[in-house]
Design a binder for this molecule. Structure first.
Ligand code: SAM
Length: 267
């Protein structure tokens, strides 16, 4: 007996790199060319007349297969709820689940979400797609295509390994940086930091910082944190002024005694 596999509808979660269309991998481009449409959040509003990340996604969808982009106004997020941060994010995700589900109900064919950087780092698309699947109104399979994360671009631009030989890295947010330092972490990658939380840190730290990585207005600063605090503020403000937006990522490291690689270490 021959068993024929019926191709069910697919939702493809595609990492697109962190700022430059050349960071779209061959695998991502092929996946994008195979879908009927892209679903993309539109965050433009009274406070933000242009959504530049949406524009970047539209450019990639045009470049790789001229795929139509269905824009979905991003639901309001309660950023004032500092007490129940997780609850506010959960409500926002539920609103996004409902909005994207409505698009999948209204349009036929395979769909793609174009995720900034890599879907595994501080991005909710996988959770949202799982949420749509759980509700059961639309039937589909989904897969994930990896992308080049801003963390990787940061390391490449500074020509560094993100950790010393055999040592761990903590990846966290600006909001949780001081907690990580209190816990004794000494090799920390920080993302989602709108306020340069690092400039408040005391003690001996090295920093490798990058803003708008992969774009024409990429900025890099590195050195002893105590020596480059002001430079960080200036570069961040200037990037925002020049590009109209700024996203930055950085590695902080407290110097520890050098470890000589044991034979057999291959990292
Ligand atoms: C919502 S998270 C998404 C991260 C993304 N999934 C990734 O893999 O890079 C957004 C954060 O990623 C970092 N980021 C994204 N793109 C960046 C870029 N081009 N340059 C520097 N940092 C970036 C910033 O820390 C920003 O606050």
């Amino acid at each position: 007996m021959t068993v024929r596999r019926v191709h069910s509808r697919r939702v493809r979660i595609i990492g697109i790199g962190s700022g430059h269309p050349d960071q779209v991998t061959h695998e991502a481009a092929a996946a994008l060319r195979g879908v009927a449409f892209v679903i993309a959040a539109d965050k433009a509003g009274p406070d933000q007349p242009r959504d530049r990340l949406l524009e970047a996604r539209e450019e990639i969808a045009r470049r790789y297969g001229d795929v139509p982009v269905i824009k979905v106004s991003d639901p309001e997020r309660d950023r004032d709820d500092v007490v129940d941060y997780r609850g506010a994010v959960r409500d926002w995700h539920e609103a996004r689940v409902a909005a994207y589900e409505a698009v999948l109900v209204a349009h036929e064919g395979d769909a793609a979400f174009l995720v900034w950087g890599d879907p595994a780092f501080y991005d909710s698309t996988i959770r949202i797609v799982e949420g749509i699947q759980r509700r059961g109104r639309v039937s589909f399979e989904y897969d994930v295509i990896p992308g080049i994360s801003s963390v990787q671009v940061l390391a490449a631009r500074h020509r560094i390994v993100l950790h010393e030989v055999g040592q761990p890295i903590l990846i966290t947010t600006g909001r949780r940086l001081s907690e990580a330092v209190d816990q004794g972490h000494d090799n920390i990658v920080v993302m989602l930091d709108g306020n340069l939380a690092c400039v408040e840190l005391e003690g001996e730290w090295q920093i490798w910082w990058g803003a708008n990585l992969g774009t024409a207005d990429e900025r890099l600063v590195s050195g002893r944190l105590a020596d480059v605090r002001d430079e960080l503020r200036v570069q961040r403000d200037t990037a925002k002024g020049t590009s109209g937006w700024v996203m930055d990522t950085y590695l902080l490291r407290r110097p520890v005694p050098q470890v000589v690689a044991a034979s057999g270490d291959n990292d």
